[in-house]
Write a protein that binds this ligand. Structure first.
Ligand code: HEM
Length: 228
């Protein structure tokens, strides 16, 4: 009894941490998107505005501390997600041979680990190209004395040979993000105990809008840069 309840409670605790880190990462996505929308501006001040934003995000002490929490949350969410998947697979080694998974759960809910892995690979390559450049690269400065990350981003998506594959990689990764968020958003609230006749349908609708609007807006940015 106690061993069983220990296993049960530890997997619940894991799911709660997955939910909390997942919701924190959702809030990061909103802030990150708002900053990146500057990349869609075509006026003369767009580049300096984006560079000033990137400089602020890299140097302001409170945001720096939040960034460490962000890196930790990404790693934690990914590692615990993989551990949870391994544990679930061990618990039901032949389950899919007998059950009808497509009748019992959505495609996204069964593919959370695969979708999460695609997103993790995306984040790793994405941080290598932009974040590492900003933090450790030698980027020319703009007229205000900030690192000209704006030009790095523009040249990346407009690159003559890898501009197209890079843009496609971003669009495909945002599709994976959309499915991952669609299941993850409502699942997080369920795990945290929000299961209410009135509020759960609202959370599901907000989750649907969030999971479409955020990845779509992110995907538009490289496509727009590539085409203009
Ligand atoms: C598609 C449009 C996107 C563009 C143009 C973009 C651009 C950038 C740039 C320029 C940076 C470096 C800024 C800095 O270090 O101050 C950055 C950092 C980062 N990006 Fe993105 N990003 C996009 C989408 C995403 C998405 C969808 C995710 C997550 C799924 C993501 C995760 C991150 C993370 C974790 C960092 C490091 C943040 C930090 O150090 O605080 N980005 N991004």
């Amino acid at each position: 009894m106690s061993a069983k309840s220990g296993v049960f409670s530890s997997s619940i605790v894991r799911k709660v941490w997955m939910s909390l880190t997942g919701l924190f990462l959702c809030s990061f996505l909103v802030v990150h998107l708002l900053g990146n929308l500057t990349l869609l501006r075509s006026d003369a001040g767009a580049a300096e505005a984006f560079n000033a934003y990137a400089h602020f995000m890299t140097t302001f002490p409170l945001i720096k501390i939040t960034s460490y929490l962000l890196y930790f949350s990404i790693l934690f969410h990914a590692v615990w997600g993989i551990m949870l998947e391994i544990k679930n697979r061990k618990a039901r080694p032949v389950a899919y041979a007998y059950n009808n998974p497509s009748a019992n759960s959505s495609w996204a809910s069964r593919k959370m680990s695969l979708l999460g892995t695609i997103i993790l690979v995306f984040i790793a390559t994405h941080m290598y190209h932009f974040w590492a450049q900003m933090h450790f690269g030698t980027i020319p400065l703009d007229a205000s004395g900030n690192k000209d990350l704006y030009t790095v981003v523009m040249e990346f998506f407009r690159h003559p040979s890898f501009g197209i594959p890079a843009t496609l990689l971003y669009v495909v990764s945002m599709a994976a993000l959309a499915f991952h968020l669609h299941h993850g958003f409502q699942s997080a609230f369920q795990t945290l105990g929000v299961n209410h006749r009135k509020y759960t349908p609202i959370i599901e609708k907000v989750g649907l809008v969030f999971s479409i609007a955020i990845p779509l807006a992110f995907a538009i940015i490289p496509v727009y840069i590539f085409l203009t």
